[in-house]
Design a protein around this ligand. Sequence first.
Ligand code: C5P
Length: 231
Amino acid sequence: MKNYAVILASGSGERSGLNIPKQFAMINEKTVLELTLDVFSSHKNIDEIILVTNPDYFELTNEIISKNNYYKLEKIIKGGATRQQSSYAGISAIEDTNANVLIHDAARPFVTHEIISKCINALKEYKAVNVAIESSDTIIEVTYDNIINNVPDRKYLRRCQTPQCFDIKLIKKAHELAIKENTDNITDDCGLILRYNLADVYVVQGSTDNIKITYPMDMEIAKLILKKESR
Ligand code: C5P
């Protein structure tokens, strides 16, 4: 069974404070997008990569791709206005009906081979797999007027990362159900599986380095992680 990676790089990255989307920002000598593609391309069990990008940045994307030998990169697809739409565009490009798909945020360049392997292994038993880490902070749930109404037990709370990984048929079904009810703004793919109660979602251990570059400070943290990893 093939393992496809869908890399989502179609966001505008408004929160990053940069003048280009964060996936095109440079960390030392490489863009965030290249660092992410490097990890997936060099994983022995990833067979094909589909990159979802914003049409306004097709030229820049092609320029970046042509500098590298990403021979597993099969398709570059146009993204949508929301992450959910981009994710659907990516999975729709997979024709194989008996396959796994790992959907990953291009803005998380510090995913590791170990995390990807753990996901692929877990897919032998589960049809949906998420990556998460413990929360060092207590997480509170508040009402619309900022009053705490729940303090969930921290031992059962996790912070979600990517990749989020699925049997291709299952995640396509979840997206199609969402389209039927005009829902297009779910921020993570596992959320769709739960919304329609389609499968158990198993969680594998992520890493504190697997950050999603979001705010200006994250670029500084990214440089430190890169130095530590000596990539
Ligand atoms: O906006 P957020 O940080 O949640 O985005 C997570 C990932 O999804 C990023 O890599 C971003 O490029 C991608 N994305 C996308 N299409 C969108 C919005 C986000 O591919 N419309």
